[in-house]
Design a protein around this ligand. Structure first.
Ligand SMILES: [Zn+2]
Ligand SMILES: [Zn+2]
Ligand SMILES: [Zn+2]
Length: 459
């Protein structure tokens, strides 16, 4: 329900002589919840005569400011900009599967797998299982043992899809919280080692040295991290085999999907990442979980390019907040008990803060990444030659925007070579006033909730 303050603000806007200009600014930010405010001017001069050809200044804009979209990828911060990011990621992943955006269509014939590298178990958690459309009991065990904390290690409930206990341990005191956050912290390293082992094993299967392999074949990937409800990350990756020059060159005939599958399975089982000894705890090796999943991606089969691109793009805009943690950094001295989060997330965060204080684990930066439950990797990354880049997609959009500004009379059409452009911009704040937020919601159809608590900074 909008406040009276917001409604009063909206009414002022509607009576403002600058209304049309303001409305067009808001439309142009596409419903951004936390637009950046800029003050400044652009001047076009003729290089030969020095004459001023055109001047644009934010001086004439409402409040003397131009509002531009925040461009975050985090859906919890700005649904509208995150949607742009999601759509870009979708096109980027899809171009790597079927071609387009500068990637040749022949790429569709290259061996390609969709691989899920899961986290291992850190203790039994409540789960919803389905078989043939029927919901199965969670963890039914007749004569189940009782844990040292008097908890019977069995659950016969058939859980609903949204039940709060899903992903939470049967006994929190038995759960390996340290293992869970250390796994998240080491997942990027485990991926790096997996990618190296994959190349090594492909070379071995082909009877080549690693150098010999690189001369004939390149493995490209696009990957995304997904938080499980229990608070650990899984990695999903598209792994594709190309010729030595990337997507435009065909892989050698011996590089089959069967060989790729074999190499992936081998690499996923052999790699480990080592946690050093700390606080009297021995050093331990973490590895991927056993539920490795590898599936071929085909244009018409069970797993299509659209499904894979959609899946990766969806997770690219999500962070740990879906586990019930916070969308901001946590200070070491913060009162965790006062945070509005689930108990399981609270214990994972507390474990990050505890482990982060040991010198031996300092490199893992667990305190800085406590709100991400230890994971500090990027949510979606790809190898250089996988497909086009987000930058290229953004440049194409900026070009389109410029054309639009020229056609709407905002910028004059000059030959780039003859014109000297002088621009001066200044950051003047961020966000929307309560009245502008209502106006934005009305103009763009994007609901503008939680306006006052949009946090800045972070990842
Ligand atoms: Zn935004
Ligand atoms: Zn259960
Ligand atoms: Zn227990």
């Amino acid at each position: 329900m909008p406040t009276t303050h917001a409604i009063a603000g909206l009414i002022t806007r509607l009576h403002d002589p600058h209304y049309a200009r303001r409305a067009s600014q808001i439309r142009r930010t596409g419903g951004c919840r936390q637009p950046i405010h800029l003050r400044g001017k652009v001047e076009h001069y003729d290089r030969t005569t020095g004459h001023l050809l055109h001047r644009y200044s934010t001086h004439l804009e409402p409040d003397g400011m131009l509002r531009v979209p925040c461009k975050t990828r985090r859906a919890s911060r700005c649904p509208s900009c995150a949607e742009t990011y999601r759509a870009d990621t979708y096109h980027l992943v899809r171009a790597g599967l079927i071609g387009g955006k500068g990637v040749p269509q022949t790429v569709a014939a290259h061996p390609c797998l969709f691989v899920t590298l899961p986290a291992p178990s850190f203790g039994t958690v409540h789960a919803r299982r389905e078989k043939d459309g029927k919901v199965l009991p969670c963890h039914p065990r007749r004569g189940a043992p009782t844990c040292p904390h008097s908890q019977v290690m069995s659950c016969t409930a058939r859980h609903g899809a949204d039940e709060g206990c899903l992903g939470e341990p049967l006994c929190p005191d038995c759960y390996d919280y340290a293992g869970s956050v250390l796994f998240n912290a080491l997942a990027p390293e485990l991926w790096r080692r997996f990618a190296m082992a994959l190349r090594r094993h492909l070379a071995k299967l082909a009877g080549l040295t690693q150098k010999g392999l690189a001369a004939q074949l390149v493995a490209s990937f696009a990957k995304v991290a997904e938080y499980q409800r229990r608070g650990v990350v899984h990695l999903h990756a598209v792994i594709r085999l190309d010729g030595p020059d990337g997507p435009a060159s065909p892989p050698p005939a011996w590089a089959t999907i069967g060989m790729l599958t074999q190499a992936v399975q081998h690499a996923a089982t052999v790699v480990t990442a080592k946690v050093p000894a700390y606080d009297g705890q021995p050093s331990r090796a973490l590895r991927w979980g056993a539920q490795l999943d590898t599936r071929p991606i085909t244009m018409h089969g069970e797993l299509t390019d659209q499904a894979v691109a959609g899946y990766i793009a969806k997770y690219a805009t999500k962070a740990a907040e879906c586990v019930g943690t916070l969308d901001r950094r946590i200070q070491p001295l913060e009162n965790l008990a006062a945070l509005p989060i689930r108990e399981h997330a609270r214990r994972l965060i507390a474990e990050c803060l505890r482990l982060g204080s040991f010198d031996e684990l300092a490199d893992l930066r667990l305190i800085q990444w406590a709100h991400m439950l230890g994971f500090r990797g990027h949510f979606s990354t790809k190898s250089r030659r996988y497909s086009t880049t987000l930058g290229a997609l953004r440049a194409a959009r900026a070009e389109h925007k410029r054309d639009e500004q020229i056609t709407t009379g905002r910028l004059p059409l000059f030959d780039e070579d003859t014109v000297l452009v002088v621009a001066k911009w200044q950051y003047a704040g961020q966000g929307l006033s309560a009245g502008d937020a209502l106006l934005a919601a009305a103009l763009t159809g994007v609901p503008m909730t939680h306006l006052s608590d949009a946090p800045g900074g972070g990842s």
